[in-house]
Design a binder for this molecule. Structure first.
Ligand code: HEC
Length: 174
C-alpha cells in the first residue's frame, strides 16, 4: 500500500468517526432542547392534567361530641330573623342549595355535586341536635357544602341554626 493511500484511509476513518460522534450527540440533544439555564420546561402535553378531585365520598368531619355542643343563643324572634337573613342572603347563602323552604333549590340542583339534605324534613331534623347543625354549618363537607366558619361569626351560625329549626314541617298527609 502506498503511503498516500494509507494517509487517505486514516483520514477517511477519522472523518467517519467524527461524523458518527456528531450525529449521536445531536440525537441526544435535539435542537429544540432549551439551554440548561432556561426555566424548567412545561410539562409534556401528554401528561394528564390534574384530575378533578373526587368528592363523592367526602363527608362531615366534626369534632367529637359536636352534637353535645349547647346552643347559647335563645331562639328569640330577633335571633330567628337574623338567621333567616343570613340563610337567604349572600353571607350564608344556604338558599342556593337548600332553597327557601329548606327542601332544596330545584333550579340549582343540576349544578350540585350532591343533592342537599332536606332541612324541612321534620323527622330527620328532630333527630339531630342544635350542636350537630352548628358544627355541620361550621365545617361543611369539602367540595359538597361550604363551611361557614370564616363568613359567619359563632353567634351568626347559632342564629342560622335557630332559623333552620323553623323550616322543619310535618309532611302533608298523603
Ligand atoms: C353548595 C350547596 C350547599 C350550601 C351552600 C349549603 N349546603 Fe347544607 N348541605 C348540602 C348538601 C349536599 C348536604 C348533604 C350532605 C350529606 O350529608 O351528604 C347538606 C347538609 C346540610 C345539613 C345536614 C342535615 C342532616 O340531615 O344532617 C345541614 C344542617 C345544612 N346542610 C345546613 C346548611 C346551612 C345552614 C347552610 C348555609 C349556612 C348550608 N347548609 C349551605 C349542600 C349545601
Amino acid at each position: 500500500m502506498s503511503m498516500r493511500l494509507k494517509v487517505t484511509l486514516v483520514i477517511t476513518a477519522l472523518v467517519v468517526c467524527a461524523m458518527t460522534l456528531t450525529l449521536r450527540s445531536l440525537a441526544q440533544t435535539p435542537a429544540s432542547a432549551p439551554p440548561a439555564s432556561a426555566a424548567p420546561p412545561r410539562p409534556a402535553p401528554e401528561q394528564a392534567p390534574a384530575p378533578t378531585p373526587d368528592f363523592s365520598k367526602a363527608t362531615w368531619d366534626l369534632p367529637a361530641n359536636a352534637d353535645k355542643t349547647k346552643n347559647p343563643v335563645e331562639p328569640t324572634e330577633e335571633s330567628v330573623a337574623k338567621g333567616k337573613e343570613l340563610f337567604m342572603g349572600k353571607k350564608g347563602n344556604c338558599v342556593f342549595c337548600h332553597g327557601e323552604t329548606g327542601a332544596g333549590n330545584a333550579e340549582n340542583l343540576p349544578k350540585l355535586r350532591r343533592k342537599p339534605a332536606d332541612l324541612s324534613d321534620k323527622e330527620r331534623m328532630t333527630s339531630i341536635s342544635d350542636g350537630e347543625i352548628f358544627w355541620k354549618v361550621t365545617r361543611g363537607i369539602p367540595g359538597i357544602m361550604p363551611g361557614r366558619e370564616k363568613q359567619l361569626t359563632e353567634e351568626e351560625r347559632w342564629q342560622v341554626v335557630n332559623y333552620v329549626r323553623t323550616l322543619a314541617k310535618d309532611k302533608p298527609a298523603m
